[in-house]
Design a protein around this ligand. Structure first.
Ligand SMILES: Cc1ncc(CN)c(N)n1
Length: 222
């Protein structure tokens, strides 16, 4: 039996669909999402990205080969030099200053998700860590693609959240998503059925934590 990333998704299909098609995503797509919910999400996502940068630094530490090390370095650079800078200027457009971002308390859903990923990476190897990161790396690209085929989605000036969708449908993000799937496909091809079972637990946990992150945004919970 040779596994692929697709098999991880199949192992928790209902959780994966609940994440991709969450009410937060639907409302963002049809422009009915409350402005305050989106702002709350944006603030927590800044804190999330900081912790995810740490996870890529951990991936560097866990890298057994030069090519893995370079990949981790590129992931860290992409978050610190590109995604976080973009996020800070996007937050500014939504009335959230850099100073406010720097002083925010983390919501429980943010702590739970990010520390789960870091702990999984600490305890396990590079594959465990990548599987824990994959709902984040792959999910948002899939969400943008799903929104684009959904009839209710509004694009352009009719939707204040259009720039968010545009970011995740961008060539850069879609290429990073494909690269992550390719990396995982190569590694999963060689794992045993019992190892695959362990990895499905990590994948489903991280997917459920993504669902909690949307819930936190929607309910504006701390
Ligand atoms: C919670 C979360 N998950 C995923 C992504 C996409 N990198 C994000 N920015 N935030």
């Amino acid at each position: 039996m040779s596994y692929r990333f697709e098999d991880l998704k199949k192992s928790c299909q209902s959780e994966w669909r609940a994440y991709i098609e969450h009410s937060f995503v639907r409302q963002l797509g049809d422009a009915s999402l409350a402005r305050e919910a989106f702002q709350h999400y944006l603030k927590q996502d800044y804190l999330f990205l900081i912790q995810f940068a740490r996870a890529f630094a951990l991936a560097a530490y866990k890298s057994p080969t030069l090519s893995d090390l370079k990949q981790a370095k590129e992931g860290l650079q992409a978050i610190v030099d590109v995604e976080l800078d973009l996020h800070i200027s996007y937050c500014r457009e939504w009335g959230i200053s850099e100073e406010e971002l720097a002083n925010l308390p983390e919501a429980r859903a943010t702590i739970a998700y990010t520390r789960y990923v870091l702990d999984t990476g600490n305890r396990g190897d590079l594959l465990d860590l990548h599987v824990a990161l994959s709902p984040c790396m792959v999910g948002y690209g899939e969400i943008a693609n799903w929104l684009n085929v959904r009839a209710e989605t509004l694009r352009g000036e009719q939707n204040p959240y259009d720039a968010w969708i545009a970011m995740y449908e961008s060539v850069e993000f879609q290429e990073a998503m494909e690269a992550e799937i390719h990396w995982l496909d190569e590694r999963l091809a060689d794992v045993s059925p019992s190892r695959f079972q362990q990895l499905t637990r990590i994948f489903s946990d991280a997917t459920r934590l993504e669902i909690d992150f949307w819930e936190m945004g929607l309910k504006q919970s701390d």
